[in-house]
Write a protein that binds this ligand. Structure first.
Ligand code: TYD
Length: 262
């Protein structure tokens, strides 16, 4: 997609100028990074899988009334999205202790939390995305009180929906990270306000997904922790969601993505 003007390159995705004003094209790379990009690899087919899984999740969330930046998938690796101003927060929602929370609070990984917990990190790669309190968000003006209320409410609804969606395919949603953006609302006078919408992606790169029976990890922890078979696990998630048909031959699977492929 070198014809398009590149707007931004992140660790796993590239953003290009979109065909219409107010749109962007989000391209999913095969690059995987962890531990603040100290660990890197190329995982063949990861971008294709995340593009499909994120499309599936965003589309279903839109159906239950969650506003998102997603417009449509364009091809195997690209989706058309609405251009938003990203709110500089990573919103994490946890149902079961894992990762940094398990370490920080000395809770055994896998222990169910008394209730779902929403956490915030500041989106600052140079600082390693530090955990912050709501007080910091207010004090530094990273989001307004009403934006924060909307983000928390949406995060809890997304969590409820995704927990049910994954439970239906034998997967436990341990935790996930989402990002939000401000979408301009315009009328004939120009921009008159902003709406908070779900942005970025929701995929096994940004969720912890464990098999209900075996607790097998079906997410990026396979990469972080050198467990192997990373894209195979992502393929399993896509297969269980009904996005792709086959699971036995990984490469064939990526080529046999169900429906109208390009
Ligand atoms: P967390 O346990 O805080 O961090 P780590 O992944 O370093 O152990 O992660 C909680 C969830 O949020 C997990 O599913 C991974 C996801 N996440 C991201 O996708 N990106 C991030 O930058 C962070 C901090 C978390």
């Amino acid at each position: 997609m070198s014809r398009r003007k590149q707007i931004y390159e992140g660790k796993a995705k590239i953003l290009y100028e979109g065909p219409e004003p107010g749109t962007l094209v989000q391209y999913f790379k095969d690059d995987a990074t962890a531990f603040n990009a100290q660990k890197k690899a190329i995982l063949d087919g990861k971008g294709v899988l995340n593009n499909r899984i994120s499309e599936f999740v965003m589309t279903h969330l839109a159906e239950i009334g969650i506003p998102t930046h997603f417009i449509k998938r364009l091809n195997m690796r690209e989706q058309l999205i609405k251009k938003v101003e990203i709110i500089p927060l990573e919103v994490i929602c946890r149902n079961v202790a894992a990762g940094t929370m398990a370490k920080r609070l000395g809770i055994e990984e896998g222990e169910k939390l008394p209730r779902s917990v929403v956490e915030f990190c500041l989106k600052r790669d140079d600082l390693g995305d530090p955990l912050i309190a709501e007080e910091h968000i207010h004090a530094f003006g990273w989001a307004s009180s009403s934006e924060l209320d909307e983000m928390i409410a949406m995060t809890l609804r997304i969590n409820d929906y995704l927990q049910g969606m994954f439970a239906g395919i034998g997967i436990k949603l341990i935790d996930f990270k989402i990002e939000f953006g401000r979408l301009p609302i315009s009328n004939e006078d120009g921009v008159v306000g902003h709406q908070v919408v779900l942005a970025d992606e929701i995929s096994p790169d940004s969720c912890r997904l464990w098999d209900r029976e075996t607790n097998k990890k079906l997410d990026k922890d396979r990469f972080r922790r050198d467990l192997g078979e990373v894209t195979e696990a992502y393929t399993e998630v896509a297969t269980r969601l009904g996005i792709i048909k086959e699971q036995n031959q990984h490469n064939a699977t990526i080529l046999s993505v169900v429906s109208n492929d390009d």
